[in-house]
Design a protein around this ligand. Structure first.
Ligand code: GLN
Length: 227
């Protein structure tokens, strides 16, 4: 089983998609940092393991997990019923939701209903993609990485971006000319994804998560990235 293999090699290998600030992204020294990365480091420390990070496109994470490219996925990934058919999830470790972002001068789009007939950008294979794809009359552009969607929003190639609130909020806070409109329109929880039947790993990771919460490490990491 994966957990014993990890123990033997002394290393936890995670898969992520590192262009999703503040959860996982490359800093100016090209190191991958972020909230999820700190959580993964804390878990690795709990288990006395080194941490190795593999960075691939979001829509490849579940397929690559299944073929054994890494031990687990931590990538601001929402726990969904559809994904649960392919993978198992840890207990939820973060609350998120979808929001709409538009350029500041746009007063026409005020909520989900106004997206009809508009060009909307999402990240391929995400819950934002899923939500928008279910609405009718929207011209959807799917990006491998969310920063490109924001670039196109500012260029006027698309009218709106639908994406996770904490990530869009971080983007909007740091740049002029883009705003979040309306309320979040989904309820989502992030989980760490495992191959199905990796029960021992799942149990150990849930324990480690609980321990880092009990010791106050989770709160420290939260404060570092969100306060
Ligand atoms: N939370 C969203 C999802 O799971 C987006 C994740 C991401 O882009 N890293 O689909």
């Amino acid at each position: 089983n994966t957990f014993d293999q990890m123990k033997e090699r002394g290393k936890l290998v995670i898969g992520t998609e590192a262009s999703y600030r503040p959860f996982e992204y490359h800093d100016e020294n090209d190191e991958i940092i972020g909230f999820d990365i700190d959580i993964a480091k804390a878990i690795a420390e709990e288990l006395n393991l080194e941490l190795e990070i593999k960075d691939i496109d979001f829509d490849g994470l579940i397929p690559s997990l299944k073929t054994g490219k890494f031990d687990m996925v931590i990538a601001a990934m929402t726990i969904t019923e559809a994904r649960k058919k392919a993978v198992s999830f840890s207990s939820p470790y973060f609350d998120a939701s979808q929001v709409i972002a538009v350029v500041s001068s746009n007063n026409e789009i005020k909520g989900v209903a106004d997206l009809k007939g508009k060009k909307v950008g999402v990240q391929l294979g995400t819950t934002g993609d899923l939500e928008v794809s279910e609405m009718s009359g929207i011209e959807v552009t799917r990006y491998e990485k969310i920063p490109q969607a924001f670039i196109d929003l500012k260029n006027g190639r698309i009218d709106a971006v639908v994406n996770d609130m904490p990530v869009t909020a971080t983007y909007v806070r740091e740049r002029e000319g883009v705003k979040i409109i309306g309320e979040s329109f989904t309820e989502e929880y992030y989980g760490i994804a495992f191959r199905k039947n990796d029960n021992k790993l799942e149990e150990e990771i849930n324990n480690a998560l609980k321990n880092i919460k009990d010791k106050g490490i989770y709160d420290e990491i939260y404060a570092k990235w969100f306060n």
